[in-house]
Ligand binder design. Structure first.
Ligand SMILES: *Cc1c(COP(=O)(O)O)cnc(C)c1O
Length: 428
């Protein structure tokens, strides 16, 4: 697909071509586990990675491959791999870089599930994470040691109205010689293209805006193809002979596609966190309208945030699209199309008022999800963060008096009217 096409064209056409067997215009759902080899030589060439082709759907599948190519194109990357969920994508993203004893330096402002994955679960692999405030670039650099293999952040961090200065963080990563990994789930490539700002890898929960309608879980990793994996000796899985592949050196053999090929040939083969073709189909359909949806998500979020900020029943709103946000200027410069559609607001009346608000809404859905066409709300302190102390809740941007909303693409007036009637009941 010509790189000169605009985003709206690429979101529909990248990765898709008329089916060679039938001419089907939409990408078929290749619901198959295995693929017939032409003969034994063909099979051998495929297994030796001397020829690219389909072997078995744990590794590659044409429907999933179309989605990977589309996401890689929209992010401006060399290649991409799809996975069964966003959390699978994060483990898969780290897998080629890490070994026992290695660590990552990560932002304190991350999706709650990612905090748990990085602070607890990865320890079982002998990996660890050091959490730092990524606005303090000196602290980021100081946290990096000779066992650090990546810096990790989110472009627009969920939920506190925070946007990351990716170019500044990429400069630190460059200086210390490790890749910068950006979770671009909340922004999507329509609002932010981390690779253009210096990121090495981009990860996604395709469950959210890319699919856009709350139907399937999925994830993706996009590689910029720009990192020199052989330079420092820190990334032997990519630069040294691979014992599980007859001594093949991925970087030497595949150049800018080394990371992508490793993620398929070793990562998917041995970890098995594969996306299924049905899931890829739903996400391909969703991406066709990504820019249209994001434009409306952002416009609605701005209207709703402004309305809430001017309402006497609301204490404050944290949204980087409002001039009152400490991140407003940064968002204007780095994310000129908008600061996303996720934010939190504090209700006068605290915990009880928040619970009443959530119970009184009609249009909003009370769910632990984001990035749906529907408007969603959650009171983190009484749900996802209820095991934490009030102090810990506050630090996580989930204080008892705060609710998080993911603004949908319904009529903005209907969203506001629903909040209005529920705020009246909550603060009566
Ligand atoms: C949802 C989410 C994830 C995890 O993705 P799943 O598809 O639920 O596994 C990771 N990062 C962010 C920013 C998310 O919103």
């Amino acid at each position: 697909m010509a790189k000169s096409y605009g985003f709206d064209t690429l979101q529909i056409h990248a990765g898709a071509r008329p089916d060679p067997a039938t001419g089907a215009r939409q990408v078929p759902i290749y619901q198959t586990t295995a693929y017939v080899f032409r003969d034994s030589d063909h099979a051998a060439a495929l297994f030796n990675l001397q020829e690219v082709g389909y072997i078995y759907s744990r590794l590659t599948n044409p429907t999933v491959a179309a989605l990977a190519e589309r996401i890689a194109t929209l992010e401006g990357g060399q290649g991409a791999v799809c996975c069964s969920s966003g959390h699978a994508a994060q483990i898969m993203a780290l897998f080629p870089l890490m070994g026992p004893g290695c660590n990552i330096v990560v932002s304190t402002r991350l999706y709650g599930g990612t905090v748990t994955q990085f602070s607890q679960t990865i320890k079982r692999f002998g990996w660890s994470a050091t959490f730092v405030d990524t606005d303090d670039l000196a602290a980021v650099e100081a946290a990096v040691d000779d066992k650090t293999r990546a810096i990790f952040c989110e472009s627009i961090a969920n939920p506190g109205g925070y946007v990351t200065d990716i170019p500044a963080l990429a400069a630190v990563a460059d200086k210390v010689g490790v890749p910068l990994i950006v979770d671009n789930t909340s922004a999507t490539p329509w609002l932010c293209r981390p690779i253009e700002m210096g990121a090495t890898l981009v990860v996604h929960s395709t469950t959210k805006y890319l699919t856009g309608n709350g139907t399937v879980t999925g994830g993706a990793i996009v590689d910029s193809g720009k990192f020199d994996w052989s330079k420092s000796g820190k990334f032997p899985s990519l630069s040294e002979p691979e014992p599980a592949y007859h001594g093949l050196k991925f970087h030497e053999t595949f150049g800018p596609l080394a990371y992508t090929f490793h993620s398929i040939a070793i990562g998917l083969r041995d970890l098995g966190m594969t996306m299924n073709p049905q899931g890829a189909h739903y996400t391909l359909l969703g991406i066709e309208t990504l820019s249209l949806r994001m434009e409306r998500h952002v416009a609605n979020a701005k209207k709703v945030a402004e309305w809430l900020e001017n309402d006497p029943r609301v204490d404050y709103v944290t949204y980087a699209g409002l001039p009152s946000s400490p991140y407003y200027e940064r968002a204007q410069t780095l994310y000129p199309r908008g600061a996303g559609a996720l934010f939190t607001f504090a209700v006068k009346g605290g915990y009880e008022a928040c619970v009443k608000l959530v119970n009184s809404l009609d249009l909003f859905s009370h769910v632990a999800n984001l990035g749906d066409t529907r408007s969603l709300i959650i009171h983190s302190a009484s749900t996802t963060h209820r095991q934490l102390s009030p102090e810990q809740q506050k630090a996580a941007g989930a204080a008892p008096n705060v609710v998080r909303v993911s603004i949908g693409i319904e009529d903005a007036d209907d969203i506001i009217a629903d909040l209005d009637q529920a705020l009246a009941k909550a603060t009566a």
